[in-house]
Write a protein that binds this ligand. Structure first.
Ligand code: UGY
Ligand code: MN
Length: 262
């Protein structure tokens, strides 16, 4: 159901949802309950706001469907705001600081504060889908982030914490100028985290493939491709990948490289 699969109107059943929303703690947003949000600057695009300060996040995540000619020509971002854009499917032309790039599935761009991000669908009449992020940048003396365009194909695939069947990719550099990073974690069916994490950093995560069971604040909840997860600071978190063949893979943000202000 829902706008993402053009399945709206009455259903022949009781209304039900897999969504779980615990503000300031965690949330699971499956695609079926997502609604469209109109945002100035975006033309011929469907947008859904996922995490937001209203949910308890310090950042905003969006799911963007760019239809034929879909674009943002006004520029997304602004002073003190960093942005990140990742192509889930299709092909999108992006421009920042006068540089144009065509991003295919798995391609991404990071724009530092003050650099506007322009985008236009380039998928020959077909939709493209993307994950978009913004957050107020936390500056520190002597360091700065920089514009970065890349593709996951170019990234080193590292065994996560020594586990053969779990791969981590770091999408942004390990550089103190960056106050956050994006990663992709990929678990083969049967693989899992080594322990239930309890950390100060927040995550917004979009599941790119597969299925699994996610522990969020000690609730084990089934999740699958297309679901979005929010994990607030300190929420206990870990997963087991399940399913029959497709790995459980998700892209997620994580704040880093900054002390906690008092
Ligand atoms: O990097 C992380 O904190 C990551 N392992 N968390 C997660 O997958 N929930
Ligand atoms: Mn974590």
């Amino acid at each position: 159901m829902g706008y993402l699969n053009n399945n709206t109107g009455y259903i022949n059943d009781l209304l039900a949802t897999r969504a779980v929303i615990k503000k300031n703690n965690f949330a699971i947003l499956p695609p079926d309950g997502l609604v469209k949000n109109v945002l100035p600057g975006f033309e011929n695009c469907d947008l859904t706001i996922l995490s937001s300060p209203q949910l308890g996040a310090s950042f905003v995540d969006y799911l963007v469907t760019l239809h034929d000619g879909g674009n943002n020509r006004c520029g997304f971002g602004g002073e003190e705001v960093e942005t990140f854009f990742y192509v889930i499917s299709g092909q999108v032309c992006v421009e920042a600081d006068g540089q144009r790039h065509t991003l295919t599935t798995g391609g991404y761009i990071y724009c530092p504060p003050g650099t506007l991000l322009f985008m236009e669908n380039a998928n020959q009449g077909e939709d493209s889908q993307a994950f978009l992020y913004k957050r107020k940048y936390q500056a520190i003396a002597g360091y700065q982030p920089h514009l970065l365009v890349n593709h996951r194909d170019n990234l080193e695939k590292v065994h996560y914490e020594g586990m053969e069947d779990v791969i981590v990719e770091d999408l942004l550099p390990k550089d103190l100028g960056f106050d956050m990073n994006f990663h992709v974690l990929t678990f083969a069916p049967g693989a899992c985290h080594g322990y239930i994490e309890t950390h100060v950093q927040e995550h917004g995560a979009y599941i790119l493939s597969g299925e699994g069971v996610y522990n969020l604040d000690n609730n084990w909840i089934p999740v699958k491709k297309g679901d979005y997860l929010f994990m607030a600071a300190y929420v206990p978190q870990a997963c087991y990948a399940t399913g029959r063949g497709e790995p459980l893979s998700y892209i997620y943000s994580k704040d880093c490289n900054r002390d906690i202000p008092l």
